[in-house]
Design a protein around this ligand. Structure first.
Ligand code: NAI
Ligand code: MG
Length: 396
């Protein structure tokens, strides 16, 4: 395999340290790559008034693969207060650079795998029929539509007249909201396009076929949200019937799914959902396999792909003299990148090394020991971020 160039996007807070440790593991695992650093995050908002500078977009345009740590986001007003004084009064408004990246490059397919590592003390357990404790093995891959739906940003408070008039053509609007003064209305739309819905569904079915999952579950709410959820489920039926007859298509409602995932999570394989329900169901499953220290993701577009842990910048822990956070979520995200670049053999070695460390149980970060995240956890026996990475390197 020829040498790869990866755009490293450390971002803020713990994003920086988990990315640094991950690159160290990738080097030791024999991944032949050069990393060019892209500026992104809070520092660039404060200094330049743009958390996602054009030069970073250009790097991704050129190299197409990004490995992203995490960023700090703050509400609009708080963000304005931290802006460099020379930039105030220019009407600059903060918006999240990771959302910006997903939109700029149309990274519409988000993949969030959740699988159990044997021996992880954070694994979900339940009581079986005879009263015995059971530890079901979770192996679920969530496909989340990443650009549309409720997170598409098409929303108003006190909607303009033309929107209000449009809404008033719907009998349900007249019946349920016709009496509300327009300035008291807030509207957030949930728009699905057939193209993007088809892309996420196909990606889910193809993944199921490639990795031998027997079912694809559409997790929406078509009985109530008839148009968007309904369109997604109907399209799933068409795609399955036409091209994926060997894979079962299941249909669950998001609310029921959140209950079932603690009753029988081992039943599910590939799950596919719109933006918000995908966000919710993936956090639900992540909670069963260890939480934020283990939750990884890929954002895939037609040209560019960005890989990132689900967690944020955890500012509370960012300035500890010794970093205590778990690097596994970032490392697993890097393994998804390796799969994407057809370096699956290296990914497998890293995943096996992680599995060995977890099963052995000698080296555990504070979250795995169920400790509060204070600066002294390393003195109390928890591994630091670096010690965890070292332990994984030793098993490669
Ligand atoms: P967070 O994910 O940064 O942290 C929440 C808590 O989870 C932490 O306090 C810590 O207890 C735990 N945690 C997170 N990562 C961990 C790891 N690797 N190992 C062990 N424990 C870990 O979420 P929070 O505190 O809500 O947000 C902090 C900042 O991050 C905010 O500015 C937020 O906007 C941003 N954020 C950025 C994201 C991104 O870059 N994609 C995603 C989520 C939040
Ligand atoms: Mg989330």
């Amino acid at each position: 395999m020829q040498k790869q160039t990866i755009v490293a996007l450390p971002g803020d807070g713990i994003g920086r340290v988990v990315l640094e440790e991950t690159i160290r593991v990738l080097d030791h695992a024999g991944f032949d790559a050069e990393y060019v650093e892209g500026d992104i995050g809070w520092e660039f908002w404060k200094k330049e008034g743009n958390p996602l500078p054009d030069r970073t977009i250009a790097l991704l345009e050129q190299y197409r693969t990004g490995l992203f740590g995490a960023i700090t986001s703050k509400p609009k007003d708080a963000a304005s207060e931290e802006l460099d004084p020379s930039l105030t009064g220019r009407g600059l408004i903060y918006s999240s650079p990771i959302v910006g990246l997903r939109q700029h490059f149309n990274l519409d397919v988000c993949i969030r795998p959740c699988h159990t590592y044997r021996g992880n003390p954070l694994n979900f357990i339940r009581r079986g029929a005879g009263g015995a404790i059971e530890e079901p093995e979770v192996d679920v891959v969530i496909f989340r539509q990443n650009t549309e739906g409720l997170y598409g940003g098409v929303e108003w408070t006190n909607p303009p007249e033309i929107v209000y008039k449009g809404l008033s053509t719907h009998p349900k609007f007249v019946k349920n909201f016709g009496h509300v003064p327009v300035e008291e209305l807030s509207v957030s739309t949930r728009i699905f396009s057939r193209k993007a819905t088809g892309r996420i569904l196909r990606a889910a079915f193809e993944h199921a076929r490639k990795f031998g999952y027997k079912s694809v579950t559409v997790c929406e709410k078509p009985n109530v949200i008839r148009e968007t959820s309904g369109m997604m489920y109907k399209l799933a039926q068409e795609i399955q019937a036409a091209d994926f007859a060997e894979i079962e298509l299941w249909n669950t409602n998001i609310d029921a799914q959140m209950m079932w995932l603690t009753k029988n999570p081992e039943k599910y394989g590939v799950i596919v959902a719109g933006n918000m329900f995908g966000d919710i169901v993936s956090d639900g499953f992540a909670g069963l396999i260890g939480g934020l220290g283990f939750a990884c993701s890929a954002n895939l577009g037609e040209k560019v792909a960005v890989f990132e842990p689900t967690h944020g910048s955890a500012p509370k822990y960012a300035n500890y003299p010794v970093s205590i956070v778990n690097p596994i979520a970032m490392l697993e995200s890097a393994c998804m990148m390796l799969d994407h670049l057809n370096a699956g053999g290296i990914a497998e070695r890293i995943r096996n090394a992680i599995a060995d460390v977890i099963l052995e149980g000698k080296v555990r970060t504070y979250d795995m020991m169920k400790m509060a995240g204070t600066a002294d956890v390393v003195n109390k026996g928890a591994a630091s971020t670096r010690q965890m990475a070292d332990a994984i390197i030793a098993k490669l």
